[in-house]
Design a protein around this ligand. Sequence first.
Ligand SMILES: [Zn+2]
Length: 83
Amino acid sequence: MGRQAVNEGHNTVRIASHELGHILGLPDVKPGPCSSLMSGASAGTSCTNQYLNAQGKASVERKFAGSKVYARDVASKFALAVY
Ligand SMILES: [Zn+2]
């Protein structure tokens, strides 16, 4: 987890969800609003949103659309944490 972001006072669940987003293949989208999970720290320390927006969900679903069933199941389990 981003120790510096924790020390700066960012929401730890948001940080973990953001990092899961990277595991699912999503890039940083900075700067960005609090409604965007992948905007990360640029949304400020008051932001506690820990969920992907519709655009992020669609991006993950596109990335895994052609995957084998097992990989898609794993992705879905991870995605549940950030959806
Ligand atoms: Zn990031």
